[in-house]
Write a protein that binds this ligand. Structure first.
Ligand code: NDP
Length: 386
């Protein structure tokens, strides 16, 4: 029987919800391109309920315990005395969400001899040391596509929020004011601007599709070029790399995984090549941008705005400069954890566990590392240090 350790974010400050703003959520059974949404044999939760926090338990407890497995759920994940570290030594499966990542470092993986499976309940497995997972034959799987559209919606919201100066204008209302000139002196239309995405995978392409009706000029770069039919349909300009794309853009959105090729990509040197007043939206991973270079660029005016929901580390300390830098529209890491997304990634986590316990293959599109190598989605989109 297995021991499953599930690291989730804390319940709401006022306690686990007893009611919700809406009574239901739309049923999504497949994604653009035809991949089916998760297909577990059953679920033991109500779609649209809070599943990603400790009391939500990703809806897994009765399933696991009815099969004789042990489930430990905690939000305590930092430091050697954390529940995560204390429980790791005999854990078979670790489940974690990127919003509240259980950083599975090489040291932690070495201290977990039974560890066979690390599941990302969401997308983005960079909180797992993939080289160590490869070396220790740990399978890494994530619920590919579960929240790609959720993030794409967040990106569009943040682009509009920055360009139109939404948040400072909302603050004027909260403060009881009517200071039109203060609001509009940084407010523009998105129409006609050049918008570029670093990566046009599931999220990047969904962002491009959602922006096309705004009559913007769309650019992208990616390791693999999109089909010509899509380039034509959306009137896309392809650039061979990020450096050659960003000088053309008024808005840049980052939608690539964090891996050795993308770490630190938006540094002082790259930002200096962008048009003065570019808006940068990064909902991918914080470390793709140099923390202090972003702060400097906002203060100098080289960037007109920065928004995103990804930080390093997570949770971000109270004195993280991105909390107080000017012209930012940051949220905590929430874009991929809407109640709608939670329903899908809880179901996907259950599907992965069902396959794992049955000894049947985990869907290839969910795999990042398997059998001591990058596999499935991981082989397509990630790279390793070696
Ligand atoms: P996909 O795997 O569908 O797309 C990633 C794309 O990035 C692929 O097209 C890949 O190229 C491309 N890519 C990889 N390296 C580079 C590079 N060096 N330069 C340009 N393109 C590159 O993933 P998703 O779109 O679903 O997610 C993207 C990322 O967004 C995730 O890895 C995760 O970090 C983040 N994310 C954030 C969430 C949030 O809540 N904020 C939630 C979900 C995801 P190719 O495959 O062609 O080689």
């Amino acid at each position: 029987m297995a021991k499953v350790l599930c690291v989730l974010y804390d319940d709401p400050k006022d306690g686990y919800p007893t009611s919700y703003a809406r009574d239901d959520i739309p049923t999504i059974s497949s994604y653009p391109g035809g991949q089916t949404a998760p297909t577990p044999k059953a679920i033991d939760f109500t779609p649209g309920h809070l599943l990603g926090s400790v009391s939500g338990e990703l809806g897994l407890r009765s399933f696991l315990e009815s099969h004789g497995h042990t489930l430990v759920v905690t939000s305590d994940k930092e430091g050697e005395n954390s529940v995560l570290d204390q429980e790791l030594s005999d854990t078979d499966v670790v489940i974690s969400q990127p919003f509240w990542p259980a950083y599975l470092t090489a040291e932690r993986i070495a201290k977990a001899p039974n560890l066979k499976l690390a599941i990302t309940a969401g997308i983005g497995s960079d909180h797992v040391d993939l080289d160590a997972a490869i070396a220790h034959q740990v399978t890494v799987a994530e619920v590919t596509y579960c929240n790609s559209i959720s993030v794409a919606e967040h990106v569009v919201m943040m682009i509009l929020g920055l360009v139109r100066n939404y948040l400072p204008s909302h603050q004027v209302v909260l403060d009881g004011g009517w200071d039109i000139a203060d609001c509009v002196s940084r407010s523009y239309d998105l129409e006609g601007m050049h918008v570029g995405t670093v990566a046009a995978g599931r999220i990047g392409l969904a962002v491009l599709r959602r922006l096309a009706p705004f009559d913007v000029k769309l650019h992208y770069t990616d390791r693999h070029r999109l089909p010509e039919s899509i380039e034509r349909e959306l009137n896309l300009t392809f650039h061979p790399d990020t450096a050659s794309m960003v000088p053309y853009c008024d808005v840049v959105t980052v939608n690539a995984p964090l891996h050795p090729e993308t770490e630190g990509l938006f540094n002082d040197d790259l930002i200096a090549t962008m048009k003065r007043g570019t808006y940068l939206i990064n909902t991918a991973r914080a470390k793709i941008a140099d923390r202090d270079a972003i702060d400097r660029a906002l203060r100098s005016g080289q960037l007109a705005g920065y928004a995103g929901d990804v930080w390093f580390p997570q949770p971000a300390p109270a004195d993280h400069p991105w909390r107080t830098m000017p012209h930012h529209g940051m949220t905590p890491h929430i874009s991929g954890s809407s109640l709608s997304a939670q329903t899908r990634y809880a179901a996907g986590t259950r599907e992965i566990l069902e396959s794992f316990f049955a000894g049947t293959p985990i869907r290839d599109e969910y795999l990042i590392v398997d059998g001591g190598r990058l596999a499935g989605a991981g082989a397509h989109s990630y790279s390793t240090k070696s």
